[in-house]
Design a protein around this ligand. Structure first.
Ligand SMILES: Nc1ncnc2c1ncn2[C@@H]1O[C@H](COP(=O)(O)OP(=O)(O)OP(=O)(O)O)[C@@H](O)[C@H]1O
Ligand SMILES: [Mg+2]
Length: 286
C-alpha cells in the first residue's frame, strides 16, 4: 500500500495550443507507514505539482499514481471514489487561502470530519484538539479564518487536515512564514505524530536545517525531474547541491567556516546547533 508513482508526467495547459511541462517521468514509492520524507527543490521545480498527485487532486497527463491500491491515471475511473483516497492521504496546501473557505475556524476544521460522517459533537471535540496541537487556543474557534495572520491561517489549515486523521500527511511548505519558534513547534508536532502513530509524513520545504534535523529521506526535484532519492546524510555529504540549487544546512556551513579559520577538524555533519556547540567544545578542549 502507500503511494507509487510510475513514470508520471504532468503538463499545465497554457492556452489551447501550448502546454507547460511541470513534472516529467517521475517514479518512486512512499510507504504507508514509518517514513518522514522531505520533498525539496528550487522554486518552480515541480514540488507542489507532484504533491497534488499524491491525493489525486490532479491527475497525471502520462503515467499512473497508485494510491492505496487504486490506480489514478489521466482518465477518470468511475469505480474509484476519489474522496475516499483523500481520507488516506491528507494534503495541506502551500497557500492556506486555497484551503480555508468557511466563516469560522471551527466550521472550517469540522467540515472534513462531517463530510466523512463523524457526528457533530465528536467533530467539535476533534477541532478543539487539533487546534491545540497546532498551537492555537479555543479563542480562535469563532474567528474568521480570513482575518488571521499568515502563520495562523497556515496552522488552521494544518489543523483541518489533522482532523481527518489521514494515513499519510503531505504538507506543502507548512513552516513558511512562521518565526523560528513556530517552525520548531510545528516540526516537533509532526515528529511526535510520526513517532506515536507511525504515519508517513511528507513535507515540502526550502529549509535545509529542518530537512537535516528531522527527516529520514529526501526527494530532490530539479526542473521537473526527480534527481535524488536518499538519506539527508547522503544528500549533504555527496550530492551536487549547487547543480540542484540547494544550500547546505547552516550548522554544517558554520562548522566548515570554523574548521577553515581555526585549522580544526571538527566533524561538520552535526544536525542541531546544540550538537555543533558540543563538537566545538570538545575540539577546543583537546
Ligand atoms: N496552474 C498553473 N498553470 C500553469 N503553470 C503552472 C501552474 N502551477 C504551476 N505551474 C508551473 O509548473 C512548474 C512547477 O510549479 P510548482 O508550483 O509545482 O513548483 P514548486 O516546486 O512547488 O515551486 P515553489 O517552491 O515556488 O512553490 C512551474 O514552472 C510553474 O510555473
Ligand atoms: Mg510549491
Amino acid at each position: 500500500m502507500g503511494i507509487r508513482f510510475r513514470e508520471v508526467s504532468y503538463h499545465y495547459p497554457q492556452n489551447h495550443l501550448q502546454f507547460h511541462q511541470a513534472i516529467e517521468k517521475i517514479s518512486f514509492q512512499v510507504s504507508a507507514k514509518g517514513e518522514f520524507i522531505a520533498l525539496v527543490g528550487h522554486t518552480g521545480s515541480g514540488k507542489s505539482t507532484l504533491a497534488q498527485h499524491m491525493n489525486a487532486l490532479i491527475f497525471p497527463t502520462e503515467g499512473s499514481v497508485e494510491i492505496f491500491g487504486h490506480s489514478v491515471t489521466r482518465k477518470r475511473n468511475r469505480k474509484i471514489r476519489y474522496n475516499d483516497l483523500r481520507k488516506h492521504v491528507g494534503l495541506v496546501f502551500q497557500f492556506p487561502e486555497y484551503q480555508l473557505f468557511e466563516e469560522t475556524v471551527e466550521k472550517d476544521i469540522i467540515f472534513g470530519p462531517l463530510n466523512y460522517k463523524v457526528p457533530l459533537d465528536e467533530a467539535k471535540t476533534i477541532a478543539l484538539k487539533t487546534l491545540a496541537q497546532v498551537g492555537l487556543d479555543e479563542s480562535y474557534l469563532n474567528r474568521n479564518p480570513f482575518n488571521l495572520s499568515g502563520g495562523e491561517k497556515k496552522r488552521v489549515s494544518i489543523a483541518g487536515i489533522l482532523a481527518l486523521d489521514p494515513d499519510i500527511l503531505v504538507l506543502d511548505e507548512p513552516t513558511s512564514g512562521l518565526d523560528p519558534e513556530g517552525k520548531r513547534v510545528l516540526m516537533d508536532l509532526f515528529q511526535s505524530i510520526q513517532f506515536e502513530t507511525d504515519k508517513t509524513i511528507v513535507i515540502i520545504t526550502h529549509d535545509m536545517d529542518l530537512v537535516y534535523q528531522y527527516t529520514s529521506r529526501v526527494l530532490v526535484m530539479n526542473q521537473g525531474k526527480l534527481v535524488f532519492d536518499g538519506t539527508p546524510e547522503k544528500l549533504f555529504r555527496t550530492a551536487p547541491l549547487t547543480e540542484y540549487q540547494l544550500s547546505m544546512p547552516e550548522t554544517i556551513k558554520v562548522l566548515q567556516a570554523i574548521n577553515e579559520r581555526l585549522g580544526l577538524s571538527i566533524d561538520i555533519y552535526q544536525k542541531t546547533a546544540e550538537a555543533a556547540i558540543q563538537a566545538i567544545k570538545e575540539a577546543v578542549r583537546q
